[in-house]
Design a binder for this molecule. Structure first.
Ligand code: SAM
Length: 265
């Protein structure tokens, strides 16, 4: 049974980490005049209202994007996607990764989105009808294997599970190996939470053994509220594009502001 709903967590610091990276990679890839494919295995609903009771209740956006948007200059692709989202969907809207992709892609690019939860899928389907996206209510890994190698062959896959099922940690390295075997030029971006106790450790070990050239990037932050187990956010990237390591170093610097004491008059 699926119970996770991203509306409770949209715009938190993990989203800032993941979405800023995604927006940068898409901006980099679309500088070349060649079409690409974007596939997302766990898409969520696409756009979030940060004034919804669920979002307000956890306070994660207040401790996330509300704090972090000033970290990004107006010409940063993430900041541009935030501004475009607010212009199109209202001042309290926050873009999920599918909308960051839709706003960053061109008409010649292909956009494929999997979301299994019936309610989330219905929201996504309604909003994505304007984006020229293919939306599927199907298991994300099953879809990823069915679509690869995609046309166009150049492109990117975002893998962003909710880790509701602890077996995900074991299964992800196997899924990513199978996807990479079918699509060896595809950029694969996996997001994972850094939770107290480090349940992601064995998964990372397996990924680093299979993909020795993969790029791992992690940021730490204070728990959004008392008792919250998430202490940080991680990305593991297969076939990282040129320049991404430098961009991730800039993201590290931005997150480091969180540990600096707030200047008082
Ligand atoms: N990627 C989204 C974003 O950044 O805006 C957030 C996605 S959220 C972390 C994970 C989503 O995966 C949830 O909406 C959940 O319903 C969905 N989900 C869970 N299991 C799935 C599966 N096997 N296949 C596809 N979607 C799934």
């Amino acid at each position: 049974m699926l119970s996770y709903q991203h509306l409770y967590h949209a715009g938190n610091l993990a989203d800032v980490h993941k979405h800023a990276t995604l927006a940068w990679v898409l901006d980099y890839l679309t500088r070349k005049d060649k079409p690409l494919t974007y596939i997302e295995t766990h898409a969520g609903r696409g756009v979030y209202d940060l004034t919804a009771a669920e979002a307000v209740r956890t306070g994660e956006a207040a401790a996330g994007i509300a704090l972090a948007q000033g970290w990004f200059p107006p010409d940063h692709p993430y900041r541009q996607r935030l501004d475009e989202t607010r212009a199109a969907y209202g001042p309290n809207a926050y873009p999920g990764s599918p909308l960051i992709a839709a706003l960053g892609l061109r008409e010649t690019d292909a956009l494929h989105l999997a979301e299994l939860h019936p309610q989330e899928h219905a929201h996504l389907k309604a909003v994505a009808q304007d984006w020229g996206a293919h939306v599927y209510q199907r298991d994300g890994f099953e879809l990823a294997l069915a679509l690869t190698p995609p046309t166009p062959r150049r492109g990117l896959m975002l893998i962003d599970p909710s880790y509701e099922v602890k077996a995900d940690y074991d299964a992800i390295p196997r899924h990513m190996t199978s996807i990479h075997r079918k699509w060896n030029v595809g950029i694969l971006i996996l997001w994972y939470p850094i939770l107290r106790g480090g349940p992601h450790g064995p998964m990372l070990k397996a990924l680093e053994a299979t993909f020795p050239d993969g790029l791992r990037h992690e940021v730490r932050f204070p728990p959004a509220r008392e008792g919250h187990r998430m202490e940080g956010s991680g990305l593991f990237i297969v076939n990282p594009p040129y320049g991404l390591a430098e961009e991730l170093a800039a993201i590290t610097t931005r997150f480091a502001r969180l540990s600096k004491p707030i200047a008082r008059p």
